[in-house]
Design a protein around this ligand. Structure first.
Ligand SMILES: NC(=O)c1ccc[n+]([C@@H]2O[C@H](COP(=O)([O-])OP(=O)(O)OC[C@H]3O[C@@H](n4cnc5c(N)ncnc54)[C@H](OP(=O)(O)O)[C@@H]3O)[C@@H](O)[C@H]2O)c1
Length: 270
C-alpha cells in the first residue's frame, strides 16, 4: 500500500464520497473530503473536510491550495461530486441543462485542472472520474444526466492519453444503481409537472428508476474499487460496478445490433 498518499475525494458529505473517504482513511491514507457545507479543517471521523463548490472556479482553487499548503501534494483525486436532474429533454430548459453540466462535467474538469500541475511536477498521480451506466446508455428522462456522463467519458479517455507520459493514471468508474443520497437529492425539471406531454411516462419511469436505486448496491463497493485502483500500478481505464445484471446489460451494448439493443432499453424502462 502507498500509505503516504494524500487523497482528495470531492462530494464526501454523502454516498460514494463519504463511504470512500471513510474507507481510505481507515486504511491509513491522508484523506481530504469536500462539500459545500463544511469549514476547512473540519474533522469527519478520520478524514478532514475542505469547503468546495465545484461549480465555482475560486472555490475549487482555494480548496486545492488549502490541501497543497498543508501536505505539499495530492496523489489521488477522486472526482465524485455530482447530481441528477430528471425530465424529458423537451421539458428541460437550457438553464437546467447548464446547471447539471456545471456540476457533473465542468466541476470535474475544474478540480482536475487544479490538481494537474502538482501531479505533473511529482510525476505521479491517480485521477478517478465518476461516470455512470447513464454514461454508457442514453437513459430516457435522464437525458441531460446521461449527456453529462457521456461527456465525462470522452474527457477522461482523452485525458488518460495526454497525461500518461507524466506518470498520471486516469480511470473512469461506471456505477449501476446504488443506495446513496443521489435519489433523494435528484431534482425534476420545472416543466415536468401537470401540462407536460411526457408526464405519465415520466412518472412511471421515475418510480421504476427510484425503486431500483433504493434497492441498489451498497456504496462501499465503490470504496473498495478506488482502493484497488490506487494499489494497482497499471489500472484499467474503465471499471463497471454494481449488480452483475446491470454490468452485463451495459457491456452488451458493444456486441448487440444497435436497434435491437435500443429497443431492449426502451422496454426495460417502460
Ligand atoms: N447513486 C447512484 O446510483 C449512482 C449511479 C451512478 C453514478 N453516480 C454518481 O456518483 C456520484 C456521487 O453521487 P452519490 O450517489 O454518492 O450521491 P449523493 O449521496 O447525493 O452525493 C453527492 C455528493 O456530491 C456533492 N455535490 C453535489 N453538488 C456539488 C457541488 N456543486 N459542489 C461540490 N459538491 C457537490 C454533495 O456534497 P454537498 O451537497 O455536501 O456539497 C455530495 O457529497 C455522482 O457523480 C453521481 O452521478 C451515482
Amino acid at each position: 500500500m502507498k500509505d503516504n498518499f494524500v487523497v482528495l475525494v470531492t462530494g464526501a458529505s454523502s454516498g460514494f464520497g463519504k463511504e470512500t473517504a471513510e474507507y481510505l482513511s481507515k486504511k491509513g491514507y491522508k484523506v481530504y473530503g469536500s462539500s459545500r457545507k463544511c469549514i476547512n479543517g473540519e474533522k469527519r471521523g478520520l478524514f478532514t473536510m475542505v469547503n468546495m463548490d465545484v461549480t465555482e472556479e475560486e472555490s475549487v482553487k482555494d480548496a486545492v491550495n488549502y490541501i497543497l499548503n498543508r501536505e505539499g501534494k495530492i496523489d489521488v483525486l477522486y472526482n465524485n461530486a455530482g447530481m441528477g436532474i430528471s425530465g424529458s429533454i423537451e421539458d428541460t430548459t437550457l438553464e437546467e441543462a447548464k446547471q447539471i453540466f456545471e456540476t457533473n462535467f465542468f466541476g470535474m474538469m475544474r478540480v482536475t485542472r487544479a490538481v494537474l500541475p502538482n501531479m505533473r511536477r511529482m510525476g505521479q498521480g491517480y485521477i478517478i472520474n465518476t461516470s455512470s451506466i447513464g454514461g454508457i446508455i442514453g437513459l430516457p428522462f435522464q437525458g441531460l444526466y446521461s449527456a453529462s456522463k457521456f461527456a465525462v467519458e470522452g474527457f477522461t479517455e482523452a485525458l488518460s492519453k495526454e497525461v500518461k507520459g507524466f506518470g498520471i493514471k486516469v480511470c473512469i468508474i461506471e456505477p449501476g444503481d446504488f443506495k446513496t443520497g443521489f435519489t433523494a437529492n435528484r431534482r425534476y425539471v420545472k416543466n415536468s409537472g401537470e401540462g407536460s406531454a411526457y408526464r405519465e411516462a415520466f412518472i412511471k419511469n421515475m418510480n421504476f428508476v427510484e425503486c431500483e436505486e433504493n434497492n441498489g448496491c451498497e456504496p462501499v463497493e465503490m470504496a473498495k474499487v478506488i482502493y484497488k485502483i490506487i494499489n494497482t500500478k497499471n489500472p484499467r481505464l474503465r471499471y463497471k460496478i454494481g449488480f452483475k445484471s446491470q454490468k452485463l446489460a451495459a457491456s452488451l451494448k458493444k456486441f448487440l445490433p444497435e436497434r435491437f439493443y435500443e429497443d431492449m432499453v426502451i422496454r426495460f424502462y417502460s
